[in-house]
Design a protein around this ligand. Structure first.
Ligand SMILES: *Cc1c(COP(=O)(O)O)cnc(C)c1O
Length: 359
């Protein structure tokens, strides 16, 4: 690492008993480990002051640019306790690359990929006792925000990069049962030339009103359509989407205005090595409905780091709904989920160099 990372362990660590109670509770994103990583960036000086330190609230000026203009990007990844107790990350280099792509789109400084990966590994090492066993994992959230106090509109001159960690169980409260999705025909999340492909907080802020409608309609997630014609399927609020055809082959929506998921890319590669074809093409909501009605589409699933592969059992929209297959998680979805999770947890051999052992 080209930058010294100083380690300052907390004086008040969570006791082993208390930690175990927290780990036993499961859930997603509600509990946090004892430490965090912070690195600062200042115009003219670059990155400096890299630390692993006690997790605590930031002191932030009320005029900090992020609070007004949302100059912020983030990543999501997991550390696993795999076979034989090895602690692993899955394709962390891809998170580092995407973090920088998001940063560039938001006029923020990029972080050398090795610094990003080392920051994540340093936190995992420090808080390794927080990695749950079984189906759990340690969710890692690297992010960066503009904290220069300045109300003029221009890229900020000071940023903080931070990594926090949260022990997690299953993402959806319903566990591995299929989820219900709400197709929003009113709100969109991304447009050509916009920030759809960047992992930035602003995209999520803009998606929440649709997410609230999904909850009101008994659904867990929103399916967004394109901004121009309101007919082409894009993705969910925080997950990409795949359709399984009656011959077992796959279709997924193309890159461009969607977030380029690492789970999406990995599943495409896994499916192709199993001899399946994966079409990446525009697919309309009308086509989806017709294909489910005619039996041409048998399974649909969403994918992302948090939920991995989540089967979609029912689709609701203003004025109607339809069920997919028998409303159960289907065989192709299950096989892909098993293969990917087995790979991530070191239960099957990694022939692609995707799994990084944290030493
Ligand atoms: C993070 C994210 C995904 C999934 O990406 P992964 O790399 O697979 O975790 C999909 N869509 C959106 C909008 C996201 O923010």
């Amino acid at each position: 690492m080209p930058m010294p990372l100083s380690i300052h362990p907390t004086d008040t660590p969570t006791s082993a008993a208390e930690r175990q109670t927290i780990l036993d509770k499961g859930g997603f994103g509600t509990a946090f480990t004892d430490h965090m990583v912070t690195i600062e960036w200042t115009e003219g000086q670059g990155w400096h002051n890299a630390q692993v330190r006690k997790r605590e609230p930031f002191r932030i000026d009320p005029a900090a640019a992020v609070l007004h203009y949302a100059q912020e990007v983030f990543e999501g990844m997991k550390a696993y306790r795999g076979e034989g107790g090895a602690i692993t990350l899955f394709r962390p280099d891809q998170n580092a690359k995407r973090f920088n792509a998001s940063a560039q789109r938001m006029a923020m400084p990029t972080l050398p990929e090795d610094v990003f990966v080392e920051a994540v590994q340093a936190l995992v090492r420090t808080d390794r006792d927080w990695i749950p066993g079984g189906n759990g994992s340690l969710y890692l959230r690297p992010f960066m925000f503009a904290d220069e106090p300045f109300l003029g509109v221009r890229p900020a001159h000071h940023f903080t990069f931070c990594v926090i960690a949260s022990p997690v169980g299953d993402y959806f409260k319903s566990g591995p049962k299929p989820v219900k999705v709400w197709v929003s025909r009113e709100y969109t999340r991304a447009a050509e030339g916009g920030t759809g492909a960047a992992k930035c907080g602003g995209n999520y802020a803009a998606s929440l009103v649709a997410q609230a409608q999904a909850y009101e309609n008994g659904c867990e997630q929103v399916v967004f359509l394109d901004a121009a014609e309101h007919q082409w399927i894009e993705e969910l609020g925080g997950m990409n989407i795949f359709f399984v055809k009656d011959d077992g082959n796959l279709l997924t929506t193309p890159l461009g205005t969607i977030l380029p998921g690492i789970t999406r890319a990995s599943l495409i590669e896994l499916a192709r090595s199993k001899g399946l074809t994966v079409e990446e093409r525009k697919y309309s909501f009308d086509e989806w409905r017709a294909d489910v009605a005619s039996g041409k589409v048998k399974e649909v699933f969403a994918c992302g780091t948090a939920a991995v592969v989540a089967s979609i059992g029912e689709v609701k929209f203003e004025g109607g709904s339809f069920q997919i297959g028998q409303g159960e998680s289907g065989p192709v979805t299950n096989a892909l989920r098993e293969e990917l999770t087995a790979l991530q947890r070191g239960k099957i051999a990694d022939t692609r160099g995707w799994v990084r052992v944290v030493s």
